[in-house]
Design a protein around this ligand. Structure first.
Ligand code: SF4
Length: 329
């Protein structure tokens, strides 16, 4: 049985709904790192040291970010934030009824030619923000009733964000942290986030490196992404919801279906079913539209067809995956 359909909303991410198997799991126990522990302080020091000759993301470009240099991801030492708000367009267990406390980071280590947020991710739109101010923003979002704090494209600022999360937790912020990532992450960096991040909302963009190279300018996406997903699952397990259907902990994989089979969906699904677990929650997204440089690409200059999306949903089912969300076409 394929994932259930739900109607699209207007702008932004379309509405999705869970399959019955994913409904209403009991609350999960806390496995968080004590924010005032010696280990927490040591992890922040270790992560900040990775900024000296930057090795925060798998590009390992060696940029001297603490000396004022800007990396391939457009990030320097200071955090840069494009926007923050209560967002109701994520998957239901993330947005819930009150919204997700979303913080959009500026810059990205990928260069997807179809990026829908390219002014932020590739042209650096946003404003500088201290770690102290980020703590205030998190506390403000929590005070506004956010179900979680949702860092969008956080990878290149992982050290500073980790510091901010621990400071906010020391001030009593208890809601889950969502790491909303392209999935191009170093396992070494993820291990420092163990016990700090509660929910990994992670892309699996490609099943084939040739496509990742062509469309996101990344030579090794598939192996790096698969290792990262395995580490995320090791840390937080399958997606767990509270009695109100709000995610508390776990892994939710996002897969944006691209026209012309570019995303290699069947390979992605087989990996998840065979190498992680068939219970992995997957959001299979149909919302692709040509943006940025995709308007000039022979394969990506059009939207997905209904047949293409139906084929991918059949591949989801054929892979043996059990839990997921899809979008109406
Ligand atoms: S996070 Fe940015 S500066 Fe650091 S290695 Fe990656 S691309 Fe380079």
């Amino acid at each position: 049985m394929s994932p259930e359909r739900a109607p699209k909303t207007g702008a932004g991410r379309a509405a999705v709904r869970p399959r019955a198997l994913l409904d209403r799991m009991p609350p999960v126990a806390s496995h968080r790192l004590a924010p005032d522990s010696a280990e927490a302080a040591q992890r922040v020091r270790q992560a900040m040291a990775m900024l000296e000759a930057c090795s925060v993301c798998p590009r390992m470009c060696g940029t001297a970010r603490l000396a004022g240099e800007i990396g391939l991801c457009r990030a320097g030492e200071e955090l840069k934030i494009a926007s923050w708000n209560l967002h109701r367009g994520e998957e239901p267990p993330i947005s819930g009824h009150s919204g997700s406390g979303t913080v959009f980071l500026s810059g990205c280590s990928l260069r997807c030619l179809y990026c829908q947020n390219y002014p932020i991710s590739q042209y650096g739109a946003g404003d500088g923000c201290s770690v102290e101010r980020l703590v205030e923003i998190m506390l403000e979002l929590a005070g506004m009733g956010a179900h979680n704090i949702n860092f969008v494209t956080p990878t290149h600022y992982a050290p500073q964000i980790m510091d901010a999360i621990l400071r906010a937790r020391r001030q009593g912020m208890a809601i889950p942290i969502v790491w909303n990532t392209s999935g191009y992450e170093r396992v070494e960096m993820l291990k420092l986030l163990d016990g700090i991040v509660d929910i990994y909302l992670a892309d699996m963009r490609y099943g084939d490196d040739n496509q990742a190279r062509k469309y996101s300018k990344i030579p090794d996406y598939v192996d790096v992404n698969r290792a990262a997903i395995a580490e995320m699952h090791r840390q937080v397990g399958v997606l767990a919801l509270d009695t109100d259907g709000i995610a508390q902990r776990g892994l939710l994989v996002r897969h944006l279906v691209l026209p012309g089979g570019v995303a290699g969906s069947a390979k992605v699904f087989k990996f998840l079913a065979n190498s992680i677990t068939p219970e992995t929650a997957v959001s299979v997204m149909s919302q692709y539209f040509p943006a940025h440089k995709a308007v000039d690409d022979s394969l990506l200059k059009r939207r997905l067809t209904e047949d293409e999306y139906r084929t991918v949903l059949a591949e989801f089912e054929a892979a043996g995956l059990e839990n997921g969300y899809c979008q109406d076409y």
